[in-house]
Design a binder for this molecule. Structure first.
Ligand code: 11G
Length: 308
């Protein structure tokens, strides 16, 4: 059939059987659709529940890709952690099951992909847009931190944007429960984009390291490039340890002040999530209630109310 599971005009006989997946416990049938991309051990697809027609973003992990015990444990930890979360600004975890070939993780479908895709199309975002997106990311991160959960890989590619242009923090592959300072893992795991100096110095990852990443995300959305990007990884690490970066003159005074207050070498000097939300950058600037999907591709016309 022409690439679909059920060709509209034709009955089940034409169903493309190797696109069909049946959940063992519920017997629900799903049809695999478009490949969304790859993420870790998974090939990710759109999958449609044939009875409800609901579309999911599904991580499909072949058993063969997680044959070693520690790999399987990583997936099980991600599922167990993500399954326990429920918040407007966190990617919704629906369900998971296995069949003979794969492990399936059914997540909320986000039709506008991620902030990485939007920034790539736009190059930079305006300050009102950055306030709009960052506010939702901070609310999601606050939900995690009050539950002593660290994300540990905050980056534009992990902020997913749904049909209504709402932002959802996703990918809990590196997330973990906060441990007392002395019990923290000191090895750098995965490829966290925005590593904080203390993580590089193997002091372990606390909530302050997630805040550091937020500062890097804010800088990147406004300027179009990461604060500590160089052509050589070792040089990037030196810049991070020295907190050496240039502040674009295009940033507003409030944006400059907030970024520099977050990108502090000493984690204790960084602002809390509440302090960030109460910073002039947010309180003295216009925050749109909603963004039009066109802002994925072009600078939006925002009717910014002038203070009377
Ligand atoms: C399913 C994995 C991941 C994701 O976590 N969500 C929520 C998502 C939601 N909607 C679209 N894509 C999503 N992705 C993409 C797929 C390829 C790489 C990351």
């Amino acid at each position: 059939s022409s690439g679909g599971c059920l060709h509209p005009k034709v009955t089940r006989e034409r169903t493309d059987l190797n696109r069909m997946v049946t959940a063992p416990k519920t017997g629900k049938c799903y049809c695999r659709g478009r490949l969304l991309g790859k993420g870790g051990f998974a090939r990710c697809y759109e999958m449609t529940d044939l009875s409800s027609k609901r579309i999911y973003a599904v991580k499909v992990i072949p058993h063969s890709r997680v044959s070693k015990p520690h790999q399987k444990e990583k997936i099980e930890k991600e599922i167990e952690l993500h399954k326990s979360l429920s918040n407007k600004h966190i990617v919704k975890f629906y369900h998971n099951f296995e069949d003979d070939e794969n492990i399936y993780i059914f997540l909320e479908h986000c039709s506008h992909k991620s902030l990485a895709h939007i920034l790539k199309a736009r190059r930079t975002l305006t300050e009102p847009e950055v306030r709009y997106y960052l506010r939702q990311i901070i609310l999601g991160l606050k939900y995690l931190h009050v539950r002593d959960i660290l994300h540990r890989d905050l980056k534009l590619g992990n902020f997913f944007v749904n049909e209504n242009m709402e932002v959802k923090v996703g990918d809990f592959g590196l997330a973990t429960k906060l441990l007392p300072v002395d019990q923290r893992k000191r090895t750098i795991c995965g490829t966290p984009n925005y590593l904080a100096p203390e993580v590089l110095n193997k002091q372990g990852h606390g909530p302050e390291a997630d805040i550091w990443s937020l500062g890097c995300v804010m800088y990147t959305m406004l300027s179009g490039r990461p604060p500590f990007e160089t052509s050589d990884l070792k040089d990037t690490y030196r810049c991070i340890r020295a907190v050496e970066y240039s502040m674009p003159s295009s940033f507003s005074a409030a944006a400059k002040d907030l970024v520099s207050s977050i990108l502090k070498k000493n984690p204790e000097q960084r602002p809390t999530l509440d302090a960030i939300m109460h910073h002039d950058f947010f309180t003295k600037g216009f925050i749109p209630d909603a963004l039009h999907p066109s802002s994925c591709l072009m600078v939006p016309e925002l009717n910014i109310p002038t203070p009377t």
